[in-house]
Design a protein around this ligand. Structure first.
Ligand code: CUA
Length: 333
């Protein structure tokens, strides 16, 4: 629709047209009143121009209808913008239930992406066309911002916190990926590209780039390398709570409150185990802050996530010879 206007990037996601329509509406309203005011000022300046320096204008004592009009009309216009923008905002913030999940970390000066099947890429992101993709990410140093202009979506990468963006690409092609937060000397070089592929080409790309098992399998290896499995026994008799079938559920804490077990909670529990202690357990777990990189934390999070569909309470630690589970499809299970 706006492809002929070079000021706007290409629209390549399901929400891009909505964002542009809202943006252009606000520009149109602003331009209309800006031009109206300018024209009226020039018109009156010309109409009431006088060369007599001593001439005084007529006194004005206010006008209730006029004041009401210039208060109520802008109020109604801003309400329209508020309602419209809220609707677009919620669409941008809430990914659909079934998304292809990808993890990413930003650091000076690169973006690193981790696919659930185990593929890693730097400053490049391969995604299939026509499928909602959710990227969960954080920063390893300073604040960065992941920006996909063609998808009209952007979110800050903040150290110590998970952010996410989602999009569903509508066109095969290559699009920009930018860092949109000044992060130091090479900020301008912290760019990359998103490659939107046909689903079959994407599957081929996935199988052609396998590297050492899925993300969850890497997390599982870390889980035993870091000896997490010595306390988090899956039968619940360990010194730490069992993690089987926990992700997506909620847990009662020693503070009496409950917490939803999501990516952010798992991450916090690895790095700051005492922050939200599960009811009935002692504060024994050491912090893994500084010992596990954000990328490895994501692998551990993905492993805990994979346990939510675990049918048996067999601990992987107790049965290390158990063949690795086949990689589940990279849906949000
Ligand atoms: Cu990273 Cu700017």
């Amino acid at each position: 629709m706006f492809a002929g206007i070079p000021l706007l990037p290409e629209q390549a996601s399901t929400l891009a047209a909505d964002v542009d329509a809202l943006y252009l509406f606000i520009v149109a309203v602003t331009a209309f009143f800006g031009i109206l005011t300018t024209v009226v000022v020039i018109y009156f300046a010309a109409k009431y121009r006088t060369d007599d320096p001593l001439k005084v204008g007529a006194r004005i004592h206010g006008s209730i209808p006029l004041e009401l009009a210039w208060s109520i009309i802008p109020f109604l216009i801003t309400l329209v913008i508020f309602a419209w923008a809220s609707s677009v905002f919620f669409d941008l913030q809430r990914p659909p239930d079934q998304t292809l999940e990808i993890y990413a970390t930003g650091k000076r000066w690169m973006w690193k992406f981790q696919h659930l099947d185990g593929q890693n890429e730097i400053n490049e992101l391969h995604v299939p066309v026509g499928r909602p993709v959710k990227v969960t990410f954080t920063s390893e140093d300073v604040i960065h911002s992941m920006y996909f202009p063609a998808f009209r979506t952007k979110a800050d990468a903040i150290p110590g916190r998970y952010s996410s963006v989602w999009f569903s690409a509508t066109k095969v092609g290559e699009y920009h990926l930018f860092c949109a937060e000044y992060c130091g000397t090479n900020h301008s070089g912290m760019v990359g590209r998103v490659v939107v592929m046909e689903p079959t080409a994407y599957e081929m790309w996935l199988t052609g780039n396998v590297s050492g098992g899925s993300l969850a399998q890497r997390g599982e290896r870390l889980f035993s390398d870091l000896a997490c499995n010595t306390c988090h026994l899956s039968d619940g008799r360990g010194r730490g709570p069992s993690l089987a079938r926990k992700f997506g559920a909620s847990e009662k804490l020693t503070s009496g409150t409950t917490v939803a077990i999501d990516e952010a909670y798992v991450r916090e529990s690895i790095l700051m185990p005492q922050a939200k202690l599960v009811d009935g357990y002692q504060p024994l777990m050491p912090t893994f802050q500084g010992l596990v990189s954000e990328e490895n934390v994501m692998a551990l999070v993905e492993y805990v996530k994979s346990l939510r569909t675990q049918d048996t309470a067999v601990s992987r630690a107790e049965a290390p010879e158990e063949p690795a589970k086949p990689t589940a499809p990279q849906e949000n299970r």
